[in-house]
Design a protein around this ligand. Sequence first.
Ligand SMILES: Nc1ncnc2c1ncn2[C@@H]1O[C@H](COP(=O)(O)OP(=O)(O)O)[C@@H](O)[C@H]1O
Ligand SMILES: [Mg+2]
Length: 228
Amino acid sequence: MLQSQKGAALHVVSFSSRKGGSGKSTLAAHLSVFADRLGQPALLIDTDPQGSLAFWHELRAAETPVLVKCDHKEIAAVIADARREQVDWVFIDTPPHASAAIADAMRASDLIVIPLRPAVFDIAAVATTLEMAQAIGKPVLPVINAAPAKRIIGEPAVVHEARAALKGLGATAWAGQVTQRAAFGHALASGQAVNEFEPSSAAAKEMEALWATVQATVTGKPTKKGRK
Ligand SMILES: Nc1ncnc2c1ncn2[C@@H]1O[C@H](COP(=O)(O)OP(=O)(O)O)[C@@H](O)[C@H]1O
Ligand SMILES: [Mg+2]
């Protein structure tokens, strides 16, 4: 594991949504690679028994970011170890159907990323996740994922509607969107992130923008310049 040079504070981000297939594992994998490539050692924790993230990690040729697969009851102990090892970022992937696991991940987090597809059932599922985060008292960042591509004349109607529905639930979505793109599937299937697989792609730019927001939200500082 890379050692942090500066002993900065450890930041914890979890990915939660009661809906399977919304993009939790996809966003966790990507943001961990962005943190790691900027020289901020990152640890992935996979608490989903389905193990999609662990599967991606097995396919991965690069040694970092490191991944630990564990039960949600072990999250606090794994984070304590990460802190001792001067990890800068911990990203926790969660299962869709286990409330106890989601709650434990939320409690450990500085920010809860809630991916949602811009579709009615996904928005209904977000309401439950938002209520949980609010009860636990943690900030959230809903991220519209797998959206239709933006058009010259503006945002796709379904994305606009999803933002409005989130507003109705008292939450503000990330200003950007992650578009439905084949590059995500191709990158993940080769154990990579899109910025490694296709560095100058539109998919990579979207993820970089999301990482910039997550980093700024959690640290209160704008993104450091670094390698893409
Ligand atoms: N923006 C996207 N574009 C294309 N495919 C995506 C996108 N986001 C997720 N997927 C695909 O959708 C499936 C479900 O995503 P995943 O991250 O595993 O969801 P979750 O972890 O919430 O169940 C995966 O096959 C993933 O590759
Ligand atoms: Mg998953």
